[in-house]
Design a binder for this molecule. Structure first.
Ligand code: PGA
Length: 252
């Protein structure tokens, strides 16, 4: 099996004022500045990108955004473009998070445009996929994730070696209820098979697939030990330095 370096990203969502963000990034930096075993990414809100970016600029920790628009500029009130993120030294961007899909009406077509725009701007997309509880209970989880991947990655093939996928079952996000390691592994293996259909074996085996949904220091190691789980996308537990650092170390 191909070696895939694990990647753990903190999705701060709509949390942290500038002062709070500064404190959190500085505390994480104290512990992880020189840590190279795992790729570490911080995704603060847009308003804190510049500050957090400056704090981590002399470390191995990378900066990511939580969303962006697909156009490079123009009359799109309230939106942020790929080049604006590049300007702030972002390397990653979370796209298609379930909160973007369900609360803000993002469709697979919009997400596909964003993925293409991110890759064109040399940003690594973290494309989120995942089923709701209803979909899982009715046996449709595999089908839903397949559809999200096929539609979200439409028109892309070789470029996909530069992408990260996050499998985040919607029923596990912020609920305290985590997928079991077996449930995660089953879905991650399914995701990799679909990536293989889309982009071929070599590319599929290089793509990192994160698990997200109530990852905590107490359950991280067991989840990360699964062969197709290549790290995590962490929400709640990334808002506190100690728990985030513990999770990162559990991936190492
Ligand atoms: P959670 O969020 O860790 O708080 O469940 C994960 C996410 O939404 O990315």
């Amino acid at each position: 099996m191909k070696f895939r370096k694990k990647i753990v990203a903190g999705n701060w969502k709509m949390n942290k004022t500038l002062a709070d963000a500064e404190n959190l990034a500085s505390a994480i930096k104290l512990d992880l500045a020189e840590y190279r075993e795992v790729d570490v990414v911080l995704c603060p809100p847009f308003t804190a990108l510049k500050t957090v970016g400056e704090i981590i600029s002399d470390t191995h920790i990378k900066l990511g955004a939580q969303n962006m628009h697909w156009e490079s500029s123009g009359a799109f009130t309230g939106e942020i473009s790929p080049s604006m993120l590049r300007d702030l030294f972002c390397r990653y961007v979370i796209l298609g998070h379930s909160e973007r899909r369900s609360i803000f009406g993002e469709t697979d077509t919009m997400i596909n445009r964003k993925v293409k725009a991110a890759l064109a701007a040399n940003l690594t997309p973290i494309l989120c996929v995942g089923e709701t509880l209803d979909q899982r209970d009715s046996g449709k989880a595999g089908e839903v994730v397949r559809h999200q991947l096929i539609a979200g990655l439409e028109g892309l093939k070789d470029e996909l070696k530069n992408i990260v996928i996050a499998y985040e079952p919607v029923w596990a996000i912020g609920t305290g209820r985590t997928a079991t390691p077996e449930q995660a592994q089953d879905m991650h293996a399914h995701v990799r098979r679909i990536l293989c259909e889309i982009a071929g074996e070599e590319t599929a085996s290089a793509i990192r697939i994160q698990y997200g949904g109530s990852v905590k220091p107490s359950n991280a190691a067991e989840i990360f030990r699964q062969p197709d789980v290549d790290g995590g996308l962490i929400g709640g537990a990334s808002l506190e330095a100690r728990s985030f650092v513990e999770i990162v170390r559990a991936a190492g």
